[in-house]
Write a protein that binds this ligand. Structure first.
Ligand code: IPE
Ligand code: IPE
Ligand code: MG
Length: 255
């Protein structure tokens, strides 16, 4: 992806480009409703947007892209819609895996696999195994993912380590906790984008997003284009990240 000036965004903003962009892909249902179509039509169009954005992210030089595809709370939706969403993950992996692999994309799925159908788990395993060594763009798909569940499961595993005498409770640090999350080894998201105008995290990367910049786009997910992605990154580049510190060293007023 190039800017109108012909420059890559990374060249236009050296050192400022987010390494890790995470997206809450919201608004498929509303996209369909506006066209008097069933919700599944919005989800299908959402998958097209996924394809386009994954490609654009790679071309922009983003290292990590995490997409929220199905939350642990989305099981509350009608069974038919849940089944449509599961079907679309299947379709996406079947149809796009070879191309993703060819383009050097590493695929990893985060979230709870225990309650997914066996054939979906097999597809996920296949996608992860095939693309493990790729390093052009690292794509995480959050599927049956919920931040509270992820942290709870990490706490449970940490407690087991303590109980087994392998971990000293006093030695537990935030890094220890991070290492037990599904995202172990992945840098925290620099930028979290949510589409469709909603302004909440909906249980997405609640630990990892502690210092993420948040950008909210009014576009419904199926309408989210590489241009919108670039706008969100431009907004990110204009922000000052302080992580609790200060922008500039403070001058001593008395001197
Ligand atoms: C996002 O679109 C996709 C998922 C949550 C799976 P929605 O289905 O939430 O769309 P809206 O919010 O109803 O428009
Ligand atoms: C968040 O969207 C989950 C995904 C995008 C996968 P939702 O549409 O489920 O979130 P709420 O219910 O509006 O918070
Ligand atoms: Mg929604």
């Amino acid at each position: 992806m190039t800017l109108t000036s012909g420059k890559k965004l990374s060249e236009a903003a050296p050192g400022k480009l987010p390494r890790h962009v995470a997206i809450i892909m919201d608004g498929n249902g509303r996209w369909a409703a506006r066209r008097h179509l069933p919700r599944v039509a919005g989800h299908r169009q959402g998958v097209e947007a996924v394809r386009i954005i994954v490609r654009a992210a790679g071309e922009l030089g983003i290292e990590y892209l995490t997409l929220y595809g199905f939350s642990s709370e989305n099981w509350k939706r009608p069974a038919e819609e849940v089944s449509d969403l599961m079907g679309l993950l299947r379709l996406f992996i079947r149809r796009d895996l070879a191309e993703l692999h060819q383009n050097g994309v590493q695929v990893r799925v985060i979230g709870d696999r225990d309650h997914l159908d066996a054939d979906i788990v097999a597809l996920i395993d296949e996608a992860e195994a095939l693309t493990r060594e790729n390093d052009r763009l690292k794509l995480q798909i959050a599927f049956n993912y919920g931040g509270q569940n992820e942290i709870t499961s990490a706490v449970r595993r940490i407690a087991r380590e303590v109980k087994a005498g392998r971990l000293d409770p006093e030695a537990i640090t935030p890094e220890t906790v991070s290492g037990f999350l599904d995202t172990a080894g992945i840098p925290d998201p620099d930028l979290i984008i949510r589409t469709s105008g909603e302004k909440r995290l909906s249980n997405f990367l609640i630990w990892q997003g502690a210092y993420s910049e948040l950008v909210f786009s009014d576009a419904l997910w199926p309408d989210f284009t590489p241009e919108r992605l670039r706008e969100a990154i431009d907004e990110y580049c204009s922000r000052s990240r302080r992580f609790g510190g200060l922008d500039e060293p403070v001058q001593d007023a008395g001197k």
